[in-house]
Design a protein around this ligand. Structure first.
Ligand code: TMP
Length: 212
């Protein structure tokens, strides 16, 4: 018969404030999935390797000035230029662990005062994640971790507004992990949630698009 059951990789997105520990959790998750024999890749946005990514990188380093809406659209374009590769990886069975996605796009730009619906519009039609994990930490605690690298958004007052935007954005499908727990505990919780999603996608859950 024509029973639809296309096994595919899962699109896993990690979100959170700067210094929430996302990046180290992404790499831990990557090695743990690799060790257990999964086809998996770790991605991140912004992807600073493309031409658009280099413009974003110079903006974040305060080496260039851009209109708030212009930079917002560049972040979005940076996801669009990876969309078809993303889809083919997923369909070929590779799970993608993605450090930041459209939710960062909306949370950071709306924290500047841009209208949230306006911010969401250019993301329409990008692939919808199968799972969004939010690593929760207060802006104050994140700042205490030190090592704000001095990039444009890495300031306490701004991160407070980003935290508020994330609150508005998140829905019942997001999984929240307390990012202030010991690193191994966060890792363990994350792995459990992710394995569940990898399993459902392996069983043929259809791919969908933003915003569901
Ligand atoms: P990174 O530190 O994870 O490389 O991200 C760089 C900064 O860019 C971070 O402060 C979050 C911000 N950002 C946006 O403003 N919009 C976006 O769409 C993305 C992906 C990140």
């Amino acid at each position: 018969g024509s029973k639809k059951c296309d096994s595919r990789g899962a699109l896993i997105v990690l979100e959170g404030l700067d210094r929430c520990g996302k990046t180290s959790q992404c790499s831990r998750l990557l090695s743990s999935l690799e060790k257990s024999g999964h086809a998996v890749e770790s991605w991140r946005f912004p992807d600073r390797n493309t031409g658009v990514g280099q413009m974003i990188s110079s903006y974040l380093a305060n080496d260039s000035h851009l209109d708030d809406r212009a930079i917002h659209l560049l972040f979005s374009a940076n996801r669009w230029e990876k969309r078809s590769l993303m889809e083919s990886k997923l369909r070929s069975g590779t799970t993608l662990i993605v450090d930041r996605y459209s939710f960062s796009g909306v949370a950071f730009s709306s924290a500047k005062g841009l209208d949230m619906e306006w911010c969401k519009a250019p993301e329409i039609g990008l692939l919808a994640p199968d799972l969004v994990v939010y690593l929760e930490i207060s802006p104050e605690q994140a700042a205490e971790r030190g090592g704000y690298g001095g990039e444009r958004y890495e300031k306490l007052e701004f991160q407070k507004r980003v935290a508020e935007s994330y609150k508005t954005l998140r829905d019942a499908t997001w999984k929240i992990i307390d990012a202030t727990l010991p690193i191994e505990d966060v890792e363990k919780q994350l792995r459990e949630i992710v394995m569940e999603s990898v399993l459902t996608c392996g069983e043929g859950k259809p791919l969908s698009e933003l915003w569901p």
